[in-house]
Design a protein around this ligand. Sequence first.
Ligand code: 13P
Ligand code: SF4
Length: 313
Amino acid sequence: MIPEPEWLLFEPLIADIARLKAERNAIILAHNYQTPEIFHGVADFRGDSLSLAREAAGSDAEVLVMCGVRFMAETAKLLNPDRIVLLPDARAGCSLAEAIGPQDVRELRRRHPGVPVVCYVNTSAAVKAECDVCCTSANAVTIVESLGSRSVIFVPDQYLARFVASRTKVEVISWSGHCEVHQRFKAADIVEYRARTGAYVLAHPECPEDVQLAADYVGSTSGMIAELAARRPGSALLLTECSMSDNVAAVHPEITFLRPCNLCEHMKRITLANIRECLQRLDPQVEVPEEQAPRARRAVLRMLELTAPAAGA
Ligand code: 13P
Ligand code: SF4
C-alpha cells in the first residue's frame, strides 16, 4: 500500500513513535479511516468506533493516543478519566457531532415527553450528557430495541435513523444531521459502477437512503470488513471514507477495490508527524468538563453493557 519512496520518509517517524510509546507507556488507537502508514505502521489497536471505545475501556496504558476525531477521543477520556488522552490535532472534529447541541436534545425531550433518547457516538460529550444511551452504527438497532420503548428519539444522523427504522418496529424520531463525507455518494454513480465492473457494493449507513438501497450490503466499518472476509468478492466498492479501502486491501490482496475517493478532512488531520509531536509534548490533551462527564460516561457505559460480547466470544 505504501510506495518505497514514501516508506523511506515514514520509517524514521515510525521508529521515533515506537520509542516514545515505550517511554510514555502509551498505546495508539486508530480508526479504520486512518491512512495505512498510521493504521498498519504505528497502531496498537485498530477498528471501528465501537471497538476503539471497548479497547479504551480495557486499557491500562498511562497515555492513549486517539488517531481519529474528537468525539472518539472524548469517549476514550470518559472511560479513562485518570489517564492522559491525546488527540494529535485538536481541530479533528466531525460534521455529525457539529449537527446537534445539548439544547436541541433538551427541546426534543420537551416535545416528546417520556421518550428515551439514543445518541450516535458521533456527538460531543455535552450532547451525550443529555442522552439516555449512545450507540454506534454497529449496534444501533440492538440499542434501540433494548430500551423496550414503542418510540425512541435518535440523534443526530437522519440516514442512520432511517436505516434503524427500516430494521425495527420501534418508531424512530430523527434529527436532520448528516455526514459531509458520506453525503457525497450518489445512487446513480453506484448503479453505473456496478453495471460496468460487477463490483460488490458495500455502504455505510451514514450514506443517503437511495445510496443504501442501491448497495448490496449496508453496515458499519467493521460490518463491511466482516462481510468482505466472508464473501470474498472479486471486486468491491466501499462507500465510505477513502483510506478504509487501502487498509482492507492490505489484508485482502485477492480483492480488487474500486476507489471513488471521498476523504474525511478531519480524519486526515492526523499524521505521523503530529502523532510523534503529541507524544513528545503530551499535548493536545482531551478533557471533558466535570459538569458533563458523569452523565456522558453513563450513556457510553450503558451502550457497552447492553452490547457486551458474550463470555468466550
Ligand atoms: P464506524 O462506527 O462504522 O467506525 O463509523 C464511524 C464514522 O465516523 C463513520 O463516518
Ligand atoms: Fe464525522 Fe463523517 Fe468524518 Fe465520520 S466521516 S468522522 S461521520 S465527518
